[in-house]
Design a protein around this ligand. Structure first.
Ligand code: ADP
Ligand code: MG
Length: 256
């Protein structure tokens, strides 16, 4: 039975997409069956998985509107070793169209239920907002992975997300919990980052993942080759950290 996780943070540029595609690739590498769902109309996770968003015959948009199943719309990324339910600009329209539909925040959940036996992990890359799209992600998931940079306002930034997750938990999805906070783009030479990292552990305890993702230029270069860093340059420090994170996730779900 697939474990479904959202990668979410309402801030843009914090490393959601990088986390999604590299964790997918890392999990595939350690033998897990993985589906990546791109819920961001920018389609960066789609492109970053080697799937051309402009060439999609069917996408997550069709799945949300009920005109295609996940099996019909997902495509295999041979280079990355996982399945991709892609997104492109068309998805931006879904926000408005969903309003008219019944069970509008549970469309993705219903669609994913059909494929839960096909995968070990489903990872959902969320857009940088707490929109109807993100809500569909949160309603589908067993948990949320929150990538964050250890910067000055990091803790304040989390408040809105934590409140939203609490509300979804109370009203829409009793399964939902924060699986963990992932420290990304980490630079140990910066004293402030160490301090914020310690603060995070103080506040959130074992909700902070052990794995830390370093700032690593190879992770930033990989998307222009249509690959996650883990595939593009497996030896890079950042790629190794994501494979380590994949192992940590496999262990965490055993304890769930
Ligand atoms: P989001 O999806 O939250 O908007 P992205 O994953 O697209 O964030 O990351 C924002 C930018 O930071 C991208 O240019 C990405 O390549 C870069 N980036 C992400 N993680 C790292 C890292 N660990 N080291 C270096 N650059 C990174
Ligand atoms: Mg993104």
């Amino acid at each position: 039975m697939a474990r479904i996780f959202c990668v979410a943070n309402q801030k843009g540029g914090v490393g959601k997409t990088t986390t999604t595609v590299n964790l997918c690739a890392g999990l595939a590498k350690v033998g897990q069956r993985v589906l990546m769902v791109d819920l961001d109309p920018q389609g960066n996770a789609t492109m970053g998985s080697g799937v051309d968003k402009r060439q999609l015959a069917l996408s997550v948009y069709d799945v949300l509107l009920g005109s295609a199943s996940v099996r019909e719309a997902a495509v295999r990324s041979e280079s990355c070793g996982y399945q991709v339910l892609g997104a492109n600009r068309e998805l931006a329209g879904a926000e408005v169209e969903l309003v008219e539909l019944e069970q509008r925040e549970k469309r993705l959940k219903t669609a994913l239920a059909e494929v839960e036996a096909d995968y070990d992990f489903v990872l959902i890359d969320c857009p940088p907002s707490l929109s109807m799209l993100t809500l569909n992600g949160l309603c589908s998931a067993h948990g949320v992975i929150v990538p964050m940079q250890c910067e000055y306002f990091a803790l304040e930034g989390l408040t809105d997300l934590v409140n939203t997750i609490k509300q979804v938990h109370a009203n829409l999805n009793k399964d939902l919990q924060i699986i963990g906070l992932l420290r990304v783009m980490f630079d140990p030479r910066i004293t402030l980052q160490q301090q914020v990292s310690d603060q995070l552990k103080g506040h959130f305890g074992d909700k902070v993942f052990n794995t830390v993702i370093p700032r690593n230029v190879r992770l930033a270069e990989a998307p222009s080759y249509g690959l996650p860093g883990v595939v593009f340059d497996p030896a890079a420090k950042g790629s190794q950290a994501f494979v380590e994170f994949a192992h940590e996730m496999v262990e965490r779900i055993k304890a769930m």
